[in-house]
Design a protein around this ligand. Structure first.
Ligand code: NAG
Ligand code: NAG
Ligand code: NAG
Ligand code: NAG
Ligand code: NAG
Length: 223
């Protein structure tokens, strides 16, 4: 799995201008690094520079190192070979899957990372507590099975009820995942509205809004 991950980063480097500018002109895969929904279909094309003197029909494709059957290929032009993948599986790692175009000797001509996943589901079980009313820590669980197979960000948002301005919690540095602490400017005697937004490149989802008063969730006061 580590090897596959490194592989995809190598391609990012190859496509950085100046690093290996030759390779970017030798061949190009279209689309580059697409984000796709699980189960969708993708037709990608590998275009080779005519100066290379390589016919598209001599090329082949691999996905995560596995050669794809030529029944999935189509020669679009002497310099352009496509491959069609139907019913894409979720990416095995968030760094993406490697779709690579090779010449007949197996040399790599170009690569593209595929990010295949799902939009996030509505986060659930949002709960908050306070130590001595000076901070407010909230935790939640990702919705559904929790796996979107592409990178997903969670943002805890809050505002004072009635007239407050929407703010974002910034302290995610807890050892516990899916939690955040609000450590500044907490108001007592005015209820807060708190919710979580999950987002990735395929969509976003918002949890239910909870309303609470810091004094009601203080652990010290309860004891
Ligand atoms: C994907 O392609 C298959 C045929 O290979 C087709 O039946 C299906 O409708 C396509 N799915 C989408 C989401 O376009
Ligand atoms: C290769 O074919 C694809 C699919 O028709 C097309 O989108 C792409 O522009 C072509 N690439 C070149 C460089 O002609
Ligand atoms: C998805 O995974 C199944 C089982 O591993 C495999 O047979 C199929 O070819 C995969 N589909 C794609 C588009 O890679
Ligand atoms: C999606 O990601 C989860 C966790 O990383 C993993 O267990 C699962 O196998 C992935 N799905 C696929 C189809 O690779
Ligand atoms: C959310 O809380 C309910 C009730 O406590 C529990 O059954 C469920 O497993 C929790 N869901 C997650 C994803 O943690």
């Amino acid at each position: 799995m580590k090897a596959v991950l490194d592989f995809c980063l190598i391609f990012l480097m190859l496509h950085t201008p100046g690093v290996l500018s030759l390779s970017t002109h030798v061949a190009i895969i279209y689309p580059q690094d697409p984000v796709l929904r699980m189960g969708s279909n993708l037709t990608a094309s590998c275009w080779v520079h005519p100066d290379l003197g390589v016919h598209a029909s001599s090329l082949f494709w691999t996905l995560n190192g596995q050669q794809l059957p030529s029944s999935l290929y189509r020669v679009l032009s002497p310099t352009n070979l496509s491959v069609t993948l139907a019913g894409l599986n979720a990416s095995r790692q968030t760094s993406g899957d490697n779709l690579v175009c090779h010449n007949h000797k197996g040399h790599i001509l170009a690569g593209s990372c595929l990010y295949v996943g799902m939009p996030p589901e509505k986060p659930v079980n949002l709960t908050c507590w306070s130590r001595n009313t000076k901070d407010l820590t909230c935790s939640w669980a990702p919705g559904g099975k929790g796996e979107t197979n592409i990178s997903t960000q969670y943002t805890l948002k809050y505002k004072l009820r009635w007239y407050g301005k929407e703010k974002e919690c910034e302290d995610y540095t807890h050892t516990q995942p899916y939690s955040c602490s609000i450590t500044r400017d907490l108001h007592l005697f005015t209820p807060y509205e708190i919710w979580v937004e999950a987002s990735n490149q395929l969509g976003r989802a918002t949890s239910d809004v909870i309303t609470l008063d810091i004094l009601d969730v203080g652990e010290c006061e309860e004891r």
